[in-house]
Design a protein around this ligand. Structure first.
Ligand code: ADP
Ligand code: ZN
Ligand code: ZN
Length: 752
């Protein structure tokens, strides 16, 4: 299926293969700038290149003897922006591997790994502002100018004595308050401000590890299981090894990361610590700061461009010894990398789901560890089935932490049959009774419901009309506090109507969201302070932190929330957890829904309990006899996982096969499906992969576009990769592709 390339034309100066931020699936060939020869230009350096009618900044990825392009069509690099590589060889290789594995344009993958300011051509080194004297200034100073401004005259004299200039930091120290004078001199043309690279050479790792041990928090004595884990990771230093640290919430996984990172630092190497959520970075950073006397850099998506650039430079220079970050931090430049840890490795936020290259930061982390020959630790209370399978295959070494560090007993899980009890506003009798009992016994209550808003449906009680989104196939969610109807798919909002849009009769909200459950519970238990935590109440990490603190200090007694409550925090005072609706995960068309449900239940259950007081967990369901729920209740996550893996093997789903999903959206169903059909056809009559589809997505119309998909399956990763390589080349050239937006998702998490 591949076209044959013309024979490369030799070129005396050699050719450079450059990644330019554009949707092309290939690197672009350029000649070296005049007077330079290709082998002298560093790989990983940025260059300015002519690109169509404009000029672009790219990164040199490879050198070549010749190009498939005829010599006269080859253009020369217009400028070399870095003498030292911006990206070192290891990182460059990792980025290319990522582009190749996820079949995404390499220029875009590399660009996404570089802070915006550097993509615009700014220096890779940290910058400092300097003040220096001009020739005119020197002249003026010699003749005693400016006569009437004393401060300016003194400053000019000072600058004349320092022809190399002075950094503003130094100036502030030597002559406090001299900045207005400096500005005035610069206006006269007697001095000028410049930007210079800060001195990176002083930042050797050993010097930065300023020992602050005296102020450091004391480390707890490790349990036997923790000690074994730390020793195993430490013993793997200097070579590749993947570990699955598997322990219930509160079993001391974070303590193991901390110790393993400390050992890594002692060896003089640096560490990369990945967390799934921005909201968890401050918490983890605090814990690491309290224990490790080194500089750390934090990288996540909520940073401003300036903050990201600063953190990136800290990491790249080696000044930061530990880099803590979310998904994209897996591409952080880290010299002397010695260890990678991935907390909550099952978390779906490690996978980029929309836009750009759809990579899994966990899987890229494992790849990075392989390339750098360092250990990688994946930790979770509820490992992904893929990871458990990798343990079975002997690819990952298991490090079990069987007990909670605080000795709390395991929570007791029970199913509440929604068909067998009176249900008031979504709450079954036994659940409300249990809430009352726990509040009376000084406990706290956590209520989990994966649906925000007041009610998922607004219904006309006369004609049956349901408020729809005009742009999506979705129903609009009622948000009563905001007095709005909102579409959770496209974000559209409108005022909450009092009457039916069709017949004018009264409408009523049907079903429960967090807002409504909170309202019901507040009315039932007026003396218990209640808080809600979902994307409507918490906009940023600070809001989440405030709610968590209120629960920790006891000022809140009931917390109602979405997925956000299942992550990171441990609440010793919580004695009861209620899961309002388990059934969304039981009968989904997505084969991963059950795994996600089990993970959520175990994670939310793990938030509760302290000491001898075991937490109680009540799960509302209409299907208490469902085998998945039964195995989870009776055998825990391990039993569930064993059953679920057997089902996956029988159905040939991952991890027993490899998937890729070709997604497309167009103005009409015909456009989207037509493209996917053509894509399937261009693979020939007997393709080496199994195709499923094309079909419209479960929520087909979203924001006015029709979404559809074509699933590809093969038992072997390599075979699937090889097929995609050749096939996507053809897909990109299909006439039908011009009418759609399409993207390939390798190892998709969400296949609905
Ligand atoms: P996880 O990351 O598995 O949820 P953590 O490392 O956060 O667990 O540990 C849970 C709690 O137990 C924390 O408050 C931690 O300080 C404490 N802890 C962890 N290990 C020990 C230990 N060996 N001895 C005493 N307390 C510990
Ligand atoms: Zn009506
Ligand atoms: Zn919508």
């Amino acid at each position: 299926m591949t076209g044959t390339r013309p024979k490369p034309e030799a070129s005396a100066a050699g050719v450079l293969r450059v990644a330019v931020d554009c949707p092309l699936r290939t690197l672009l060939d350029y000649l070296p700038p005049p007077g330079e020869s290709a082998p002298d230009l560093p790989l990983g350096a940025r260059v300015q290149v002519p690109f169509g009618p404009r000029s672009a900044i790219g990164v040199i990825v490879a050198q070549a003897q010749g190009s498939a392009l005829p010599g006269r069509r080859l253009k020369a690099i217009s400028a070399l922006l870095d003498r030292e590589p911006l990206l070192n060889a290891g990182l460059l290789e990792l980025l290319q591997w990522t582009a190749g594995y996820y079949h995404h344009p390499p220029g875009e993958v590399i660009a996404a790994a570089i802070p915006a300011a550097l993509r615009a051509g700014q220096s890779a080194l940290a910058q400092e502002r300097w003040l220096e004297i001009t020739a005119a200034g020197l002249h003026a100073s010699l003749s005693g100018e400016p006569r009437r401004a004393l401060r300016q005259r003194e400053l000019l004299k000072m600058l004349a004595e320092r022809p190399a200039g002075i950094s503003l930091t130094q100036l502030d120290a030597l002559a406090p308050g001299a900045r207005p004078a400096a500005r005035a001199l610069s206006k006269r043309g007697w001095s000028r401000f410049t930007a210079r690279a800060a001195d990176d050479s002083a930042a050797t790792p050993a010097l930065m590890a300023t020992p602050r041990s005296a102020a450091m928090a004391a480390a707890p004595e490790l349990s036997a299981a923790q000690a074994l884990a730390v020793e195993a990771i430490d013993a793997a230093a200097g070579r590749y090894g993947a570990f699955l640290l598997h322990g219930v919430p509160g079993s001391g996984k974070t303590e193991v990361y901390l110790r393993a990172v400390a050992r890594c630092l002692e060896r003089g190497a640096n560490a990369l610590v990945l967390v799934p959520e921005i909201g968890l970075t401050p918490q983890l950073l605090e814990r690491f700061r309290a224990r490790l006397p080194v500089r750390m850099a934090v990288l996540h998506s909520a940073l401003s461009d300036g903050e990201r650039l600063a953190a990136w430079r800290e990491a790249r220079s080696g000044r930061a010894r530990v880099v803590i970050g979310t998904r994209s931090a897996v591409f952080a430049p880290i010299p002397g990398l010695g260890l990678i840890t991935v907390d909550e490795e099952h978390d779906s936020s490690y996978k980029q789901q929309e836009g750009g290259c759809r990579y899994s930061a966990r899987d890229v982390a494992v790849r990075r560890a392989q390339q750098a020959a360092v250990p990688v630790v994946l930790g979770s209370a509820t490992p992904a089935l893929e990871s458990l399978h990798n343990v079975q295959l002997g690819r990952y070494r298991p490090l079990p932490l069987p007990r909670r560090a605080d000795q709390a007993a395991a929570p007791r899980l029970a199913l509440i049959d929604l068909r067998a009890h009176a249900v008031h506003q979504g709450l079954a009798g036994p659940v409300t009774q249990a809430i009352g009992r726990h509040l009376a016994a000084d406990g706290q209550v956590l209520v989990y419901l994966n649906r925000r808003g007041y009610a998922p449906t607004l219904l006309c009680t006369s004609c049956g009309w349901i408020a729809p989104c005009s742009e999506c196939d979705a129903r609009l969610t009622v948000h009563r506090e905001a007095a709005q109807l909102r579409c959770h798919w496209c974000g559209a909002t409108q005022p909450l109507p009092a009457r039916c849009g069709r017949c004018g009769f009264a409408v009523k909200p049907v079903g429960q969201g967090t807002e409504r459950i909170a309202e019901t519970l507040a009315a039932m238990f007026p003396d218990a302070p209640l808080l809600r935590l979902d994307r409507d109440t918490a906009r940023g990490a600070a809001d989440v932190e405030a709610v968590m603190n209120a629960l920790l200090d006891g000022s809140a007694r009931i917390l109602v929330g979405t997925q956000m409550v299942t992550k990171g925090h441990h609440f010793p005072g919580v004695s009861l957890v209620a899961v309002i609706n388990a059934d969304q995960g039981l009968f989904s068309t997505d084969f991963r829904a059950a795994e996600r449900l089990a993970q959520t239940i175990v994670q939310v259950a793990g938030r509760a309990g302290r000491g001898a007081r075991a937490g109680e967990v009540l799960i509302q369901t209409e299907y208490p006899e469902h085998p998945l729920l039964q195995s989870l209740i009776n055998g825990g996550y391990e039993a569930f996982a064993a059953g679920a893996l057997a089902e996956r093997a029988a159905a040939r789903w991952p991890p027993f096969s490899r998937l890729a999903l070709l997604r497309a959206s167009g103005r009409s169903a015909a456009d989207a499906l037509g493209f996917l059909r053509a894509a399937r056809e261009c693979a020939g009559d007997r393709p080496p992969v199994r195709f499923l589809g094309p079909v419209s997505a479960a929520m087909a119309r979203r924001a006015g576009r029709h979404h559809a998909q074509l699933l590809l399956e093969h038992a072997g990763r390599l075979e699937l990769q090889r097929f995609l390589e050749a096939w996507l080349e053809l897909v990109g050239r299909l006439r039908e592709s011009r009418r759609v937006r399409w993207a390939i998702d390798v190892d998709p998490l969400d296949i609905q």
